[in-house]
Each structure stands twice: as C-alpha cells, then as structure tokens.
Write a protein of this length. Structure first.
Ligand code: MSP
Length: 512
C-alpha cells in the first residue's frame, strides 16, 4: 500500500528558524498525525535548502563560508523539529549525496533529450529573489517592486529548461484537478498562466555564484537553486529506485503562499512532466504569520525564536496557539498577549481546570477506581448528544484542514464538560450520604473522565505530549489510532486515575 506522503518546504539555511518555519512544520505535523490516527501509513519529509545566493550572501556577511554556515544552521532546524514534537520521518539536506546525484541525473537526462538548451540571457536580475525579472514589472516611476530588492542588468550565457512547452498541458491539468488547497489560490495560478511563460533559466555561472550543484554537462555552471530545491521532494524518497513508488505521488506539499506561483505550481509540475513523473496530488498553501501586525523580517529584527518560546511556554502550547489561531490559507497575527490569552482561557482555565477537578474529586471519592455511570438524566443526555455532534464535526474539520475549527469545537465540548460538572456539583454530592446522591456523584465523575478521554483523542494531533499525559492520568495507553476510541463507552470503569497534576502552569510574566 502506498504511504500518505507529505512534505514541508525546505527552509533556507541562512539563519536560525523563525516562527513562520515553525508554523509550517506544526501544520504539516498536525496533518501527518491526523492521518496516522485515521489509520494511514504516513511518510513525512522536511529539511533545508542549502544552496543559492541567499546562503552565499549571508555567509559572506558573516565572514564565513557557505559550508560552515549551513553546517551550523542545519542542526538548528533539526533541533526545531525535535523541540516542537514534529514527527517527521526524514530530514533532507540539499548538500547530501542522495540529493545531488538525483539532481545531476535529472539535468543530464533533460539535456540529453533536448529539454534543456543553451541560450543567452539579457535582462534584469533580482539579487534578493534570485530570479530574472521582466521590464514590464517596473513600477510607473521606473523603480522595481520592493520585493525584488536590488535589481541589476546582466547578460550571460545560460541553460534553459523548456518550460513554455508545458504551459498548455499545465492549464489543462489545473482545469481538471483540484490541485491547490484552498481553491481560491488555484485561481491565482490560472491567472498567472494567462500570460505566456518564459523558459526557465536553470543555471548560474560559477563566476557569479560558485555555490550550488554543478551542472554535469558543463562544469562552469551550477544549478539554479529552485531547480535543485524542488527536486528534494523526490530525491528524499528514493527517486530512481524501487522504493520511490511507496511514496510518490506525494499527497500534499505544504507551502507558504509566497512560494506557490511560480515555483510549486508552475516549475515543479512541468519539471515532473518533463521527466515522466506524475504530478503531486495537491499543494496545501498556508498564509503568513505577522508579528503585531508587521511582517517578520531579519532586517527589522522582528521575529520570535520558536525554540526559546517553546522552552518557556511548552511546545504543545505553542502548537495549540498556532493551530487554533490560523485559518489555513489566511494570514494571522502573533502577539504575546494573544498567546497568553489563549493559554490562560483555553489551556489553563478550561482543559487544565477540568483535569485538576476530575483528579481531585476522583482521588478523594473513588481511590479504588471509577464506578459505573448509572444515572441518565438531562445533563447526561445533553453531554452525550453534544459529543456525537462534536465527533462528526471535528472529524470533518480535520479532513478539510479546518484545524482552527477542529480545536474550537473540541474546546466547546471541554467547556461543556466543565459546565456539566458545575450542574452536577460533585463536590456537594460527595457530602451527602443519600445513595441517590452517591450514584449521581459517581456518574458525574465517570462521565467527566469519559468526556475527557474522548476530547483528548482530538487533541492528539495538535498537542501530542499533553494528550499522552492525559492518557496516562486516565490509565490509558497513548492513542495510536482513533478507530474504536471515539464512541462514548464505559471503558474507564474501575480505572484508578492519576494523582493531582498541573498540566499548564501559570506562565511567568516578563521579569518574574
Ligand atoms: N527555500 C525555499 C523553499 C524551497 S521548497 C522546495 C524557501 N525557504 S524559506 O525559508 O524562505 O521559507 C520556507 C517556508 O516558510 C515557506 O513555505 C514560507 O512560506 C514559510 N514562511 C516564511 N515566513 C513565513 C511567515 N512569516 N509565516 C508563515 N510561513 C512563512 O522559500
């Protein structure tokens, strides 16, 4: 059976990871974990993009070499994955032999078959974006869009991939397939394709850029960084070997909106077409995080160190915030205030409160294990009714990448569990000797525990560590598959619950 194969973009290895990188990994991880829980065999690839001008420029600015820089930065991204509980199966570096060999074999093959030709490029080049830009892109006052940074005029001999030849095929493919999620972004691609596309310049003379994968048929050149980087998605899963079909075609490339058009939606499907490989099944495109309404940027210093942040507040809390706040596809704003608001309201006061109430009451009233739920009145029926609705809606939200809603609905249910506890007031029932009150007391605790067990299954993709902890407190093994675990049951009857635990300690205010 083919794996569910999912990737992130590979991040430029020219600096420490920032919140945008962290988000993309968390988002992809939530999908990967959800798919595993739903019973699929998953292969999840992430990694870093080590070539190109950005790396060369940063290394030069730091008075070091690209090798030294990327070797220093690579472990930071590996560490990011580890500290955010990212469940990637592999981590690819584009400097690895397995990758370089595939890139060179593809270049040679395309050259041998006339798909790559040599030509002269004369025009303008954006140093920041590492791409050629067209005269028509100039603004009215003659300057270039800010996005391009410094634009210089150049003329040089280069190799070109016959991208234009595939334009009609690509348009047809996009008209027949829901390729880009969310759908409105697919329209942007078709809009771009209304104009004729140019052939893609896939080489850079070593005299200008000595860092990259050498072109096998002309050692004066290295490959354009995007041509190299996109290939990671197939070199990372054994392209050219029998193992390749275990993963390809990829189910989702998860990327940010800035790298959809043209690299992932135009270059990549056409490159694959040219080498006779099936296109990706889909691209999942997320929006951008801003910091307090402003763009994160290395130049303004406006950024958050996700590793430090996760160390301070807990990886799962950060994962929860990123998932809960971002409607995949849209942009979102990150501020410490918003984060602490969610942390306190949802995690500490709703989930944390439910867990500590339950453990407290169960420790005091059923030290030998939870008793059966024997009372079935309105509060119990309401709760079970809400679970069955929540179940259906949340599964659907997960399936449709509406993770913010999946979390919202799960927390509505957790809030309802707290409300149920307040209606039944087990702390009062515990003081009564009336057998009817004792039945109600044990029913309440059993239902609170069962409700928590169920809600916790939906927390697992987003907060894996917390979810495992809650399972431990309920005397259950960590959740591996949802199958058979999502219906209201008496599975916890007789279970002794764990001792008092604070899942979400009050975060320390600055300077405390
Ligand atoms: N190296 C290329 C990708 C090559 S993929 C074959 C690249 N690297 S990047 O480091 O600039 O960006 C990596 C990913 O992080 C991209 O998907 C990008 O959209 C994402 N993000 C970068 N900043 C971001 C935010 N502020 N918010 C959310 N994601 C953002 O592009």
């Amino acid at each position: 059976m083919k794996n569910f194969y999912i990737t992130t973009a590979i991040d430029y290895a020219n600096g420490a990871p920032h919140l945008g990188h962290a988000y993309e990994k968390v988002l992809t991880d939530v999908v990967a974990r959800y798919k595993r829980l739903a019973g699929e065999q998953v292969h999840f690839l992430t990694g870093i993009d080590e070539h190109g001008q950005k790396v060369v420029q940063t290394a030069a600015a730091q008075g070091t070499t690209p090798e030294e820089l990327t070797n220093r930065v690579a472990p930071m991204f590996v560490e990011l994955c580890k500290c955010l509980n990212i469940s990637n199966d592999d981590f690819i570096r584009t400097s690895e032999k397995r990758h370089k060999d595939v890139v060179q074999a593809i270049l040679q093959d395309l050259h041998d078959r006339g798909e790559i030709y040599k030509g002269t490029y004369h025009g303008y080049y954006s140093v920041r974006q590492e791409q050629f830009v067209l005269e028509k892109e100039r603004l009215e006052d003659g300057s270039w869009p800010e996005l391009y940074g410094e634009v210089v005029e150049i003329e040089e001999e280069n190799y070109f991939f016959q991208l234009s030849k595939y334009q009609d095929w690509l348009i047809g493919f996009l008209k027949e397939n829901a390729f880009v999620v969310p759908a409105f972004r697919q329209k942007q691609v078709l809009e771009f394709l209304k104009e004729p596309v140019n052939d893609l310049c896939i080489s850079r003379p070593k005299s200008r850029l000595p860092w990259g994968i050498e072109i096998p048929f002309d050692t004066e050149y290295v490959t354009f960084v995007w041509f190299d980087a996109l290939i990671n998605y197939i070199s990372g899963v054994g392209y050219g070997t029998d193992k390749f079909s275990e993963n390809w075609p990829v189910d989702y490339h998860v990327i940010g909106k800035d790298i959809l058009v043209p690299p992932h939606s135009v270059y990549w499907p056409c490159m694959l077409k040219a080498i006779g490989v099936e296109p990706p099944k889909a691209l999942l495109v997320h929006g951008w995080w801003h910091l307090g309404g402003q763009k994160m940027s290395k130049s303004t210093g406006l950024k958050i160190d996700p590793i430090e942040f996760a160390d301070t507040y807990g990886a799962d809390s950060l994962r929860y915030f990123l998932t809960r706040e971002m409607n995949v596809g849209q942009d979102s704003d990150f501020t410490l205030e918003l984060f602490l608001g969610r942390y306190n309201a949802d995690l500490a006061n709703t989930l944390g409160n439910l867990v500590s109430r339950l453990l407290n009451m169960a420790g005091r009233n059923c030290p030998d294990g939870l008793k059966a739920a024997t009372v079935e009145e309105n509060p119990e029926q309401d709760l079970k009714g809400l679970w069955s609705q929540t179940h259906d809606v949340v599964v659907q939200c997960y399936e449709q990448f509406q993770f913010h809603l999946a979390m919202e609905k799960t927390f509505v249910f957790i809030t309802a569990l707290n409300r149920y506890a307040e209606i039944r007031a087990p702390w009062k029932l515990a003081k009564s000797d009336d057998p009817a009150d004792q039945e109600k007391l044990h029913t309440t605790l059993a239902n609170m525990a069962e409700g928590l067990r169920l809600a916790n299954a939906f927390l697992k993709p987003v907060m894996p560590e917390i979810s495992d902890k809650i399972c431990g407190l309920l005397g259950q093994p960590p959740i591996e598959r949802w199958d058979g675990l999502l219906n209201w049951s008496n599975r916890l009857e007789g279970q002794v619950l764990g001792g008092k635990t604070i899942l979400f300690p009050r975060p320390q205010a600055e300077g405390e």
